[in-house]
Design a protein around this ligand. Structure first.
Ligand code: NVA
Length: 305
């Protein structure tokens, strides 16, 4: 029984196992149709969700289990009750918890006080289930993890970016983040990932030069410039900062000719990427979204093993 709060909780062998298991679940879903019969997943949301909510819900139900959704607005979570108390109480009722919270420390507190596995469904700092799913997509599209370069353009100080850096470090994928310097990834995360990268021989680069970041990339990745926790009042200022890091047909000339384009979604055409990129022939975003389902089934199976 294991919790997954960030990709620092897993090693390369465990990630490879999850990718293999998710691939098998995708090919043979009927084999797993009763695998979690009688188990209940609680999903706790402080932030909006579409893919995470649907894919965890359908994933659990397709393996014979039950689900329930709790949102912070209609529950006493953090208003009339501590995170620890919610974790202790819900552990008495359910078998596994997936939580999408603002503060990563709240998720840590939840896991420390729960007696069932806790899965991070996104915090301000990390999005591990997205990147595990993305590794399945990369394996399917590129057939390997070694000798690949992933370029992320946009918000470096971002949950998806942080988890990509850690995931790539584990798998030996070179990762290059092109972002405004004041929105660079958290240094403590880069430092910890660099220690992992030393073993896998992955190279982690953070640069303010979008062209340098994308040079010869096999995978080009974009995420929202306005993550759920960013106030709307910051939009104008942020758009100006990120415009030079938009994925468009000009900048992708620097990537490998067979690059794939990824975005965890939701995506805004005309912002983090242009429509011709996300709707174009290099884009794999809908296969990427589908893989959330298969990977999260694998994650729930492993956590409940
Ligand atoms: N960085 C984005 C990811 C959404 C799945 C956010 O936090 O809103």
């Amino acid at each position: 029984m294991k919790s997954i709060l960030s990709l620092f909780d897993l090693d390369k062998t465990e990630i490879l196992h999850l990718v293999e298991l998710a691939g098998d679940i995708k090919k043979n879903p009927q084999v797993y149709s009763g695998a979690l019969t009688g188990k209940t997943l609680m999903m706790l949301f402080e932030k909006p969700s579409l893919r995470t909510k649907i894919s965890f819900d359908v994933g659990m139900q397709s393996m014979g289990g039950n689900t329930l959704v709790i949102d912070s607005q209609s529950s006493p979570f953090k208003s009339k009750e501590t995170v620890a108390d919610t974790a202790k109480v819900s552990s008495r009722y359910v078998d596994i918890i997936m939580a999408r919270l603002f503060e990563h420390n709240d998720l840590v507190e939840m896991a420390q006080n729960a007696s069932v596995p806790v899965i991070n469904g996104l915090t301000n700092d990390f999005h591990p289930v997205q990147i595990l799913s993305d590794l399945l997509t990369i394996k399917e599209k590129k057939g390997r993890f070694d000798k690949l370069k992933l370029c992320f353009l946009g918000d470096g100080f971002n949950n998806v970016t942080h988890s990509l850096i850690i995931g790539c470090a584990h798998m030996g994928i070179d990762v290059s983040v092109g972002c405004p310097s004041e929105l660079s990834p958290k240094q403590e995360i880069v430092d910890k990932a660099n220690a992992i990268a030393q073993v896998s021989e992955a190279k982690i680069t953070v640069t303010q030069d979008a062209k340098e970041a994308i040079k010869d990339a096999d995978i080009v990745y974009a995420d929202s410039w306005m993550s759920y926790h960013i106030p709307e009042s910051e939009k104008e200022k942020r758009v100006q900062k990120f415009l030079g890091f938009q994925v468009n047909s000009e900048i992708v000339k620097g990537a490998k000719p067979d690059f794939i384009f990824m975005n965890c979604l939701p995506a805004m055409r005309g912002f983090e990427q242009t429509a011709e990129i996300i709707d174009g022939r290099h884009s794999v975003v809908f296969d990427q979204a589908e893989n959330r389902l298969h990977m999260q089934k694998a994650i729930m199976l492993e956590c409940l093993k």
